[in-house]
Design a protein around this ligand. Structure first.
Ligand code: MG
Length: 296
């Protein structure tokens, strides 16, 4: 993105159509017409943030990094004591585990976590209904239940239902956050803030008003987006302290490596600044075959 004041900055835009985002071609056409969506509006803000940091010759990530990330576990089937030991020696202390595809076997796979020091974040992506979630939590070993920091999107967000489910574990709201922001008091303890999609200032104001914790996560997007999300997390941590929980931005390892992710380096749960200014990647970004946006 290039502005009339001469500043130039970078952000990515990664729609997930199965999560309800518009297809990329539609997003691009709308950017051309300056009809902003939550995704493109965020990209614009983040690109400007990058542009200002580039102008000031400043990297957007602090050194040394202050923000830890949870380890992402896409299926509890991988949870073995060897797997957990490898994460522990890298100083991870929190696991975010995706659940909800096969509750019965997942319940058995979680047993390995009993009486360990892992802090647990479960994410059901809204796939359950009230009774299947309640049954799952009732049957879960109490030792594992005690280690839960929060459960993300057990079922579709419905304040009345979530209030009833709250007794099992603290709840975190991800998928319908933008919807909840426009209503009153939320029925959750934690907000999942994705700078790629949610307005940062509004979300923080909402969190403060209602006493919710905030976890900043990437959007499972390009390395540029990962660094943007982390940089927001670092800044919010400085400003809001304990309100900001450990982040969930170490997502690029779920994908094949590319020339960008190869430039990301981390020490255990912390990501180091990428060489360059702004989000880094200076030479790679300059070398991309940029094209002006055209209308439909
Ligand atoms: Mg989620």
């Amino acid at each position: 993105m290039r502005w009339q004041d001469g500043l130039q900055g970078y952000a990515d835009l990664h729609p997930w159509t199965d999560l309800g985002d518009l297809p990329l071609a539609e997003e691009l056409a709308r950017i051309h017409d300056e009809r902003w969506t939550p995704l493109s509006h965020s990209s614009l803000q983040l690109a400007r943030r990058d542009a200002e940091a580039r102008w000031a010759q400043r990297n957007l990530l602090p050194s040394p990094p202050g923000m830890k990330n949870n380890a992402l576990v896409t299926s509890p089937a991988v949870l073995t004591s060897d797997f957990l030991h490898a994460l522990k020696i890298q100083h991870f202390d929190t696991l975010k585990i995706k659940l909800g595809r096969d509750l019965k076997s997942e319940m058995a796979q979680l047993k390995v976590l009993e009486h360990t020091s892992w802090k647990l974040r479960f994410d059901f992506n809204g796939m359950l209904d009230e009774s299947s979630y309640a049954d799952f939590m009732a049957a879960l070993s109490p030792a594992v239940r005690e280690q839960i920091e929060y459960v993300e999107d057990p079922c579709a967000y419905d304040p009345a239902v979530w209030k009833r489910l709250h007794k099992w574990a603290p709840l975190a709201l991800d998928q319908h956050l933008n919807l909840a922001l426009t209503h009153g008091k939320p029925a959750c303890d934690v907000l999942i803030l994705k700078p790629a999609k949610n307005a940062v200032a509004e979300t923080m104001q909402f969190a403060q008003t209602h006493g919710c914790g905030v976890t900043v996560t990437s959007y499972m997007d390009h390395a540029v987006g990962v660094v943007h999300a982390l940089s927001i997390a670092e800044d919010l941590k400085k400003e809001y302290g304990d309100l900001i929980l450990q982040s969930g931005c170490l997502t690029h390892r779920r994908f094949h490596k590319d020339e960008f992710t190869r430039q990301l380096s981390w020490e255990g749960p912390c990501v180091l600044p990428v060489p360059g200014v702004g989000v880094g990647f200076d030479t790679l970004l300059e070398g991309l075959p940029w094209q002006p946006l055209t209308g439909r």
